[in-house]
Ligand binder design. Structure first.
Ligand SMILES: Nc1nc2c(ncn2[C@@H]2O[C@H](COP(=O)(O)OP(=O)(O)OP(=O)(O)O)[C@@H](O)[C@H]2O)c(=O)[nH]1
Ligand SMILES: [Mg+2]
Ligand SMILES: [Zn+2]
Length: 224
């Protein structure tokens, strides 16, 4: 008999164990952790430059910028006065729980209330790897098209919050909100879907408020 081992299943199990440990550690420190996922160029960094100043009024923020190379995104965060760590994945196309744990250690967990991980631009494997986050949030930008939930189902299934970005160019790309929402609901019945332009600022305040609501819910559970 040929011996077969299911390597991938094991990798995911091990990953989930580390992610659960991370959540425990963060819980002890009352830190809320957001994992932000999207395609390259969907507007993760631009959205953060608009949303984090809102959160910053109430919470101490830390950002982990994961990229294959460069430090441009961490520099953008630092220019806003936000503590940031740039992580290079040496070609890897997602952050797993172990890489995230090491990044959190390097960022430091003292004097921080909220940590945001800007995951690698990719709609495929980041969805497979639990990072230990409390909120998995994704951006789908208008130019990518309203059919993407059909093509990248796991990303939409594993996200608890979906933000459609670049609504300022909706007409150019014939993006249909109703079609998009139907496609999302095939994968995920409950996640809120918010529409924004990180360029004009439209809808940004509501995204900030929703994240704050999630943070407050988490913190109230911590204290009980
Ligand atoms: N028109 C328009 N352009 C936007 C909007 N948000 C971001 N952009 C532009 O889209 C491009 C990519 O934005 P980024 O914020 O760098 O995207 P990202 O997801 O962080 O990209 P990576 O980190 O490289 O994966 C930039 O040129 C932004 O100016 C928007 O709401 N409307
Ligand atoms: Mg970016
Ligand atoms: Zn990957």
């Amino acid at each position: 008999m040929t011996k077969i081992i299911e390597v991938k299943e094991r990798i995911i199990q091990d990953n989930n164990a580390v992610a659960n440990q991370t959540r425990e550690v963060l819980k002890e420190k009352n830190i809320f952790f957001v994992n932000l996922m999207a395609s390259p160029g969907a507007g993760k960094t631009t959205l953060l430059t608009k949303v984090l100043p809102i959160l910053k009024e109430k919470y101490r923020i830390g950002v982990i910028e994961a990229d294959v190379d460069s430090d441009v995104d961490a520099k953008t965060m630092e220019s806003l006065g936000i503590k940031a760590l740039q992580v290079h994945t040496a070609g890897l196309c997602h952050m797993d729980a172990d890489m995230t744990k090491r990044s959190l250690d390097a960022l430091g967990l003292e004097d921080i209330d909220v940590i945001v991980l800007e995951n690698i631009g990719n709609l495929v494997c980041p969805a497979e790897f639990d990072t230990g986050a409390h909120l998995n949030m994704m951006i789908l930008s208008v130019p990518e098209g309203d059919d993407k939930p059909l093509k990248y189902p796991l990303m939409f299934q594993n996200s608890q919050f979906v933000v459609v970005n670049k609504i300022d160019v909706k007409e150019v790309f014939d993006f249909n909100d109703a079609k998009f929402e139907n496609n999302v609901r095939l994968q995920n019945e409950n996640c809120p879907i918010y529409y924004v332009s990180s360029k004009t600022g439209e809808g940004i305040e509501k995204v900030g408020q929703y994240i704050m609501k999630c943070i407050e819910e988490y913190r109230s559970h911590e204290n009980n």
